[in-house]
Design a protein around this ligand. Structure first.
Ligand code: ADP
Ligand code: MG
Length: 473
């Protein structure tokens, strides 16, 4: 599209044209009204003057007869720049007056007329317009009184010319102004589209320009920039996930593959094969769990589950999980205490919050036992406490153990994806449990906190409390 075409197509320019037409029409109408009214006013004035002259002259005729009238007309017609006067006989022959010629038939009729005329002392060609009134007098005489219309026409033409000029100026100024405004808007839109192009080609850090005037384009830019910000965050998350997948899943997959290859090469009997296949299945299960966890985290971080949120009782979840994990905990030598409030209403995704709390419980059972035995040398019975309580506008779910805990410096890091602390490497796990718990908390507008339980770790899920809960019966 050419630059001009683009300009003509802008909303600003079209609006200008619309306003311009309205203004031009208005100006034209105003001037026409003014011109016509002026003309009418002048006409009225002429009519009034002539009427009074006619009244004067007919009085002269009544008093002094034809002679009196002729004398009066003679004196009046002699003044320079005087009105037009003519007295004729019934056959139309001029008796006295300053009119040289008239349009044919004018003198035969009576009443008001506009006619071309020539003064008696003027050369043949000069013709002017006049407004005249012809009156029949007794005895068949006729009296014509009139006034030249040049003044009226001149005034009318002055107004008409001024009108044409002002409409022309309005149009020119309007178009120039329209082009100026449209070009400014166009320049900003072009800058925005250019930036959008570079962003589309992959530079997600780019932002649309903001002029700082706070106008509608600025607000649009600001909103689009906020959108870009969000997209960038999501993309960064996605990139991190794919990096993690590439890095952390490749290793176990390679290991899996190598083990199969080794089995193929060196297995001697069916027992060897069976063992190799069993390990393979085991490792595949781990991988599947990792994939599931990764997907769940990605889903939580994308905010997708926000659609299907319901109000449910988190205290109930704590009680259920306590029951579920009790046998495992007991088997490992823990005493599991559940201290849950009657209700702890949370609006959210029940499945995800349940998974998050399960991850914390899983960690406590997995990591607390080792130290309890190592540090004290004997099997003191370590406690694991699960609590669910409401505090002001929040619901607090916590799992506290009395194991080695996490040193303060490592607490932030432990939440990151695939991070497993040095001393836990020997235990099974993938380093995703806390990441998921944290992502779930953030999804619900809450947070995951790791605290010192002195000794041990207290992992706390803080969630916003929901308004009410319809207790399921
Ligand atoms: N209750 C706990 N006591 C001590 N260390 C913990 C505890 N919970 C988590 N950790 C540490 O944080 C790391 C990350 O935990 P997590 O994300 O659940 O991964 P995973 O359990 O798969 O290793 C663990 O590897 C462990 O080092
Ligand atoms: Mg874990």
């Amino acid at each position: 599209m050419t630059a001009l075409g683009k300009l003509l197509r802008t909303t600003a320019f079209r609006l200008t044209l619309v306003y311009l037409s309205i203004f031009a029409l208005f100006a034209a109408a105003l001037l026409a009204y003014f011109a016509l009214n002026t003309r009418r006013m002048i006409n009225d004035q002429i009519v009034r003057t002539l009427d009074s002259e006619i009244a004067d002259l007919t009085r002269q005729f009544e008093i002094g007869g034809l002679r009196g009238l002729m004398i009066a007309v003679e004196t009046r017609a002699g003044h320079p720049g005087s009105n037009l006067y003519l007295v004729t006989t019934r056959t139309g022959d001029g008796l006295v007056g300053n009119v040289g010629s008239l349009e044919p038939g004018v003198i035969e009729r009576t009443g008001w007329m506009e006619t071309a005329y020539r003064r008696i002392d003027e050369p043949e060609i000069a013709e002017h317009q006049a407004l005249v009134r012809v009156l029949g007098l007794s005895g068949g005489f006729r009296l014509l009184v009139g006034r030249d219309l040049e003044e009226r026409e001149r005034l009318f033409s002055i107004v008409a010319i001024a009108g044409r000029w002002s409409v022309a100026i309005v149009i020119v100024l309007g178009i120039v102004g329209g082009i100026f405004v449209s070009r400014r808007v166009l320049r900003r839109i072009d800058a925005m589209s250019d930036k959008a192009q570079t962003i589309m080609t992959g530079d997600l850090t780019g932002r649309l320009p903001i002029a700082g005037s706070g106008d509608e384009l600025d607000r649009l830019s600001a909103n689009l920039n906020a959108m870009l910000e969000r997209i960038e965050t999501l993309m960064r998350g996605l990139k991190q996930v794919s990096d993690n997948v590439a890095h952390d899943l490749r290793t176990p997959l390679t290991r899996l593959r190598n083990r199969c290859e080794a089995a193929l090469r060196s297995a001697r009997d069916e027992g060897d094969y069976r063992e190799a296949i069993e390990t393979t299945i085991e490792e595949s299960d781990t991988l599947i769990r990792v994939f599931d966890a990764l997907l769940m985290i990605a889903r939580a971080e994308s905010g997708e589950p926000r659609g299907g949120m319901e109000t449910f009782d988190a205290a109930e979840i704590a009680r259920d999980l306590g029951e579920l994990y009790e046998p495992v905990a007991e088997e490992k030598g823990f005493v599991l205490h559940v201290k849950a409030a009657d209700t702890a209403p949370v609006k959210g995704n029940r499945e995800l919050i349940g998974q998050a709390l399960a991850n914390l419980l899983d960690n406590a059972i997995k990591y607390a036992g080792t130290a309890a035995v190592d540090a004290e040398g004997d099997r003191a019975v370590p406690d694991i406490a699960v609590t669910a309580e409401t505090k002001a506008d929040r619901v607090i779910l916590s799992v506290a153990d009395r194991g080695p805990g996490i040193p303060a410096a490592d607490r932030g890091r432990a939440i990151e994806r695939f991070i497993r602390l040095e001393k836990s490497r020997s235990l099974p796990g993938s380093g995703l449990g806390l990441s998921l718990a944290s992502a779930v908390a953030q999804l619900h507008g809450g947070e995951l906190r790791l605290e010192d339980n002195e000794p041990g770790l207290r992992a706390v899920l803080i969630l916003p409390r929901a308004d009410g809960l319809q207790k399921a019966t």
